[in-house]
Structures are given as structure tokens and as C-alpha cells.
Design a binder for this molecule. Sequence first.
Ligand code: IMP
Length: 201
Amino acid sequence: MARRLTEKKIVVASHNAGKVREINDLLRPFGLEAVSAGELNLPEPDETEDSFIGNALLKARAAATASGLPALSDDSGLAVDALDGAPGIHSARYAGPDRDFGFGMKRLNREMTESGRTERSARFICALALVWPDGDEAAFEGRVEGEIVWPPRGSSGFGYDPVFQPVGHTITFGEMNPDAKHAMSHRADAFRQLIAACLKD
Ligand code: IMP
């Protein structure tokens, strides 16, 4: 069984202000205050592992050790079956040095066409890791299944949302109201697991 989080202050192992804000919103109902690795000037480790959970643990371990606080981190991406799981853990880099997701989505469509494979199935994956300064750790992986559509549709959300249509829906994450996306997303799935294991009484 995973350890319960009893501390009231934690560090979010991310320098991404948007991610920290989203995580803070999710943690507030549990009376938790999250400070970011950026605010504490913690170094950002290189993501050298070959899995989402591996990279989430690596970031949380570094932040817990450097801050002396429990640390939470998230690592996420899009896995496309016709590309044997790519871009996967490289989803941010796949969009080029400027993180241009218009380019990233075109590249995805081009590589899927070039693969000669017809399946459109894909999933977003989100790993969450919680690491205590004494070395105890817990990790969870959430998913949402869907398919890649072309052309992109909608301007909500971020990243690859306009080309991802979740199973059972006729609109993409880019067309979906943000609350609807947040209720079914890979991040929501991972958070539900974290809350059940480490935060709920
Ligand atoms: P990370 O910040 O290293 O975890 O990179 C995650 C990357 O995966 C992001 O830059 C996006 O490209 C992609 N990604 C993760 N979650 C989502 C999502 O909910 N919608 C769209 N793209 C996502």
C-alpha cells in the first residue's frame, strides 16, 4: 500500500507554471499547498529514463532531495500505435525546438501516412510520481484511449489536443470544453489513482 501524504506543503517538480497551476487546483481541496521547483530555484534534471514513470520518478526524486519536501511530478505524452508508440516520452521534443505543435501534428500525420499502416488508435499517457525526502515513493499511470484524426479540429487545450478524438466521442480534445476534457483525461485518471492511494482517508 502506498504511504499517505500527511504533510501540508509539497513541491511540484516542474518549472512549467501552467502545470503547477493545474496541479495546485487539484490539490487545494485536500488542504495542500504546492510550491514549484522553479520558485525554489531547484535544478531541472535531464529526463534520461525510457518510460513515463521512470522520468516522473527521476524528477520527483531530485526535487525531494533538493528541497527536503515531498515532491510530486508528472510526465506525459501521446503514444500512436501506427508509430509503435512514438512520439511517447519524446512528445514535447517531437514538436521541434520551438515546441510548435502545428508542426508536431503535421509531422505525426506525415509519419503515419509514410508508415503505410492504417490503424489510427492512440492514447495519451500521464505518469505521476510522489517521492518523500526519506526515499519512500509511489507512482501511478493514467491513460485515455482514442484515435488520431486529420485535419486538426478545435483550438481548446494544448499540444496534440486538436488531433486526438477520445473513444466514444465525435469531437477532439481541441473541440471539447476544458471541464469535459479534465474529467476524462489521462491526467485525471492518474490523479484519481494518486488521490485514492495517498490522499483520501
Ligand atoms: P512533458 O511536459 O515533458 O511531460 O511533455 C508532455 C508533452 O506531451 C506535452 O508537451 C504535449 O506535447 C504532450 N501532451 C501531454 N498531455 C497532453 C494533453 O493533455 N494534450 C495534448 N498534448 C499533451
